[in-house]
Write a new protein. Structure first.
Length: 254
């Protein structure tokens, strides 16, 4: 069943290859402009709190890559409100797979593939320019960081859309939480301590980009295990919250 949904949506994405390739260009150009801006600023100031431009590129690339995979897997959760008011959500609940999994698999965003491509290019450039040695341990760490980052972003999205179920589709935390994502495209060292603490433990978006960059650059001592534990705990909590909210949901389509 899951494989069927995946193949159907993958076919939709690749059906119009020319449109897809044309759609990649504006996204790559915008990413290039952002990075050029960072490079221009740092050519004047040199460093910010001990961070160089290429090190910022690593943070930026890791976040873009993580967010791309998040958008590919969890991105359709953003359409939950539409499914609630159209009545499709009630139909999904009658099918033999989890309703939230059904939403996730119902549609894929082509923009996600563009973000993944851009993230790969930026991260590859950063690793090369910073002369970071890449061995088996680094590859394993990279996979763990990306997997944990995507799970953290997905868990926050699940918690956010759960609020739609208990507010009759009128309120979601998703937009608010994702608003913080712009902060973790840069070193959290530049922010006040309360913000750093919040981005590490309360809304742990810093684990998506900043701490993985710190690990690869060797700037601070950081354990990969922290990312794994927080990602798994947050995902468990998010699923529990969703199930509780789902029990309180009475339907909106009527």
């Amino acid at each position: 069943m899951i494989g069927y949904f995946f193949l159907v949506n993958l076919k939709k994405i690749t059906q119009y290859k020319t449109d897809f390739l044309i759609g990649i260009i504006p996204h790559v150009v915008l990413q290039a402009i952002d990075l050029l801006f960072i490079k221009t600023i740092f050519s004047s100031v040199g460093t910010v709190r001990g961070w160089h431009a290429d090190e910022l590129f690593l943070i930026y690339g890791l976040f873009t890559l993580n967010f791309g995979f998040f958008s590919l897997i969890f991105g359709n959760l953003n359409n939950t409100k539409y499914y609630l008011f159209s009545g499709e959500f009630d139909v999904m609940r009658l099918r033999p797979i989890s309703s939230i999994l059904h939403i996730m698999l119902s549609s894929f965003k082509t923009q996600a593939l563009e973000q993944i491509l851009a993230g790969c290019i930026i991260t590859r450039y950063a690793f090369s320019s910073l002369e970071i040695n890449v061995g088996l341990s680094e590859i394993i760490a990279f996979v763990i960081f990306i997997s944990s980052g995507v799970l953290i972003l997905g868990s926050l999205a699940i918690i956010s859309i759960s609020t739609l179920l208990i507010t009759n589709g009128t309120f979601s935390l998703l937009t608010i939480i994702l608003g913080f994502k712009e902060l973790v495209k840069y070193p959290i060292d530049i922010f006040a301590k309360p913000i750093r603490q919040a981005l590490t433990w309360f809304i742990p978006l810093a684990l998506v980009s900043y701490y993985p960059a710190v690990y690869f650059l060797g700037k601070k001592s950081f354990s990969i295990l922290i990312c794994i534990i927080i990602a798994l705990v947050l995902f468990t909590i998010s699923v529990a919250i969703y199930r509780i909210c789902l029990k309180k949901y009475n339907g909106l389509s009527s």
